[in-house]
Design a protein around this ligand. Structure first.
Ligand SMILES: [Zn+2]
Length: 351
């Protein structure tokens, strides 16, 4: 009996060392629905492994006694998966979840964290979650196109010859079908600890400065700045790719990003995309925003509808930095938003 316990313990330790070695090596560690990239000692970046729809990427920060997560995922199931999957990189319990902003793909996992977990967010995030965001454009725009997306995936599966590619597409169908069920479980869970401008967490030698720098991607964006590690987690205020703009304040966003750039950091952990270094990409995104605003306003002046303007906005010159731009045109949610803000600069989320 004693031997068996010893063997089990040795196997456990070996497994743990193996996982730890993998995590140290720079190669992302796959655990369940997530992949974990080691950013620096005790700081990881969780992205989707592909086996379920998890939503935004989540930075994981270990302190002495606990783990702190930024963003809880796109559904309660995604939140539970994150809680389970992070055991591959930390044995510490999650005591804090920071909501980078109020969008569903960043915080519909909140309810998976127990009542002892502090869920921290901006005052406005709590306010925004007092109404049902599942009836607002941003969430509906994620869920309503699913049937059409499934149809197109199935057509591609029918003609796909490469078995590996086919399996990936089949997994995407499975994930979308599961997601439609998973969101039925959502009970909006707002932050239980909120702040206005800044709040600093000091835990086990770590300093996390939570900052609201102004309106941008939404009016709820919180960046988490770790001055000692020279890291900033930006949510969707700054992604490595082009951010969604349906609830944004584009003019103010440029100024807010200027404040972000004033912080001293080397590494950005964004809400979507991949971690990146330096400030060049932020400047490029500011230029992109400026261009979007100028072109949209010019088309509005010419009397075009927001939908027609969306077809004409040409951002292809920004494609070298943001390769997702593949041709002329922009998401009509962007032009509609800019048209709407011209009438009501303090508009809330797109209804
Ligand atoms: Zn967002």
């Amino acid at each position: 009996m004693r031997n068996r316990v010893a063997v089990a313990f040795a196997v456990f330790i070996a497994g743990w060392l193996w996982l730890d070695a993998r995590a140290q090596s720079g190669e992302p560690l796959v655990s369940g629905a997530h992949k974990f990239e080691r950013i620096t000692n005790g700081i990881y970046y969780a992205t989707a492994s592909g086996t379920m729809q998890v939503g935004a990427n989540s930075p994981v920060i270990e302190s002495e006694g606990e783990a702190i997560i930024i963003d809880s995922g796109t559904s309660p199931a995604a939140g539970r998966a994150l809680l389970q999957d992070i055991k591959a990189v930390t044995s510490k319990p999650v005591k804090y979840v920071i909501d980078s902003h109020f969008h569903y793909d960043h915080l519909f996992g909140n309810q998976a964290f127990g009542p002892d977990v502090q869920i921290i967010g901006h005052d406005h995030t709590r306010e925004r979650l007092m109404v049902n965001t599942m009836q607002q454009f941003t969430f509906l725009n994620s869920i309503n196109p699913i049937p059409a997306r499934l149809e197109s995936l199935r057509q591609r599966i029918a003609t796909e010859k490469d078995p590996q590619q086919k399996a990936t597409l089949e997994q995407q169908v499975k994930n979308s079908l599961a997601y439609q069920e998973q969101v039925k479980e959502v009970r909006q869970t707002p932050p239980n600890l909120t702040f206005d401008d800044t709040m600093t967490i000091y835990r086990g030698g770590r300093e996390l400065r939570l900052m609201y720098l102004g309106r941008g991607h939404t009016d709820t964006d919180v960046v988490t700045y770790l001055p000692a590690e020279r890291i900033v987690a930006t949510g969707d205020l700054m992604e490595s790719v082009i951010s969604y703009m349906g609830d944004s304040y584009p003019e103010e966003w440029i100024a807010t990003l200027e404040k972000l750039k004033a912080l001293e950091f080397d590494t950005v952990l964004p809400g979507h995309g991949v971690p990146f270094k330096g400030k060049e990409r932020i400047t490029a995104f500011q230029n992109y925003l400026r261009d979007v605003i100028v072109q949209t306003n010019a088309l509005k002046q010419q009397g075009l509808s927001a939908e027609d303007a969306a077809l004409k906005v040409d951002l292809t010159k920004h494609a070298s930095m943001f390769p997702q731009i593949r041709g002329v045109g922009i998401d009509p949610a962007v032009t509609r938003r800019i048209y709407h803000l011209a009438q009501d600069p303090n508009a809330g989320p797109t209804p």
